[in-house]
Design a protein around this ligand. Structure first.
Ligand SMILES: [Mg+2]
Length: 283
């Protein structure tokens, strides 16, 4: 594990649910002080999850940080004002934040999803077609959080509970529509077939290279199958344990399996990084 260096930038790409935040109560309390210390030392802590920008921003505000983030499973990269240099990177600006869109808009995703549902013969219970109260009930989120989870810009969350072989049988129908359906910790998510967390991380790396001579060293943390591409596209991939104490069955020789459930594992990786870093006072 390399130390933080003034000649390279270290970016920590992290999943949220079940990784940085607790799977059951969504709390960021455990990881919060470590996120602060890492950022103070000059690291980038980049959320990379299926959550929307509104959801990720609330979490950033809760932790009191402003950082680039990868939203809706790699569908867009959104960075705080001034992060990207317009001379080298193309972006549009939404509420002051710099947005780089990589996926299809949600309206198009939903239209294509309806055709998949027609073939399947029943609804897959997309969040956008549900009452916000029902989303709150199935997720355990409060109404405000459920609304933010519902308002997706580039993807759709499906709350249908189906056996895995049935989900797999739908893969070709999604593929035909230019979509893919990803299993998450609780729900499935449908996105543009070209988008994934790994593609967004690669894009981030390309853009970074375009505007900075500082090499980017990347760390990754995830907990589920949905993090396969995230972990494949970082230099130092880490898999934390799931709430049942096991590791998700991901492939990849280089993946370091961290002996800690969710945020407890996250903190262990942060402690390792901080122990290699320069003392804060000298930064
Ligand atoms: Mg997760």
């Amino acid at each position: 594990m390399p130390p933080a260096s003034q000649t390279s930038m270290i970016a920590i790409f992290t999943d949220l649910d079940g990784t940085l935040i607790d799977f059951d109560n969504y709390s960021s309390e455990l990881a919060r002080p470590y996120v602060h210390r890492l950022i103070k030392l000059g690291y980038l802590v980049i959320f990379c999850s299926s959550k929307t920008f509104a959801e990720q921003r609330v979490l950033q505000e809760e932790i009191d940080i402003e950082m680039p983030c990868i939203v809706e499973n790699g569908s867009a990269i959104i960075a705080p004002p001034g992060f990207w240099n317009p001379e080298f990177v193309d972006f549009d600006v939404v509420d002051g934040w710099q947005r780089i869109v990589l996926g299809k808009p949600a309206a198009e995703i939903r239209q294509r999803l309806r055709r998949v549902e027609c073939k399947f013969g029943e609804s897959l219970h997309g969040f956008s077609s549900m009452m916000t109260e029902d989303i709150a009930s199935v997720t355990g989120l409060d109404i405000g959080s459920a609304r933010r989870a519902q308002n997706r810009e580039y993807s759709e969350t499906l709350s249908a509970k189906l056996p895995q072989d049935v989900w797999e049988s739908l893969d070709s129908a999604f593929e035909y529509e230019g979509l893919k359906c990803l299993p998450g910790g609780r729900f499935h998510t449908v996105i543009d077939s070209q988008s994934d967390k790994g593609a967004a991380i690669r894009k981030f790396g390309e853009l970074w290279k375009a505007q900075s001579s500082e090499p980017l060293i990347s760390f990754g943390l995830g907990d589920s199958e949905n993090d396969q591409e995230l972990l494949e596209n970082v230099d130092w991939p880490h898999l934390v344990k799931r709430p049942n104490g096991s590791w998700a069955g991901l492939s990849g020789r280089r993946i370091e399996r961290v002996n800690g459930v969710g945020p407890k594992g996250w903190v262990k990786v942060a402690e390792q990084l901080l122990s290699k870093a320069k003392p804060e006072a000298t930064v």
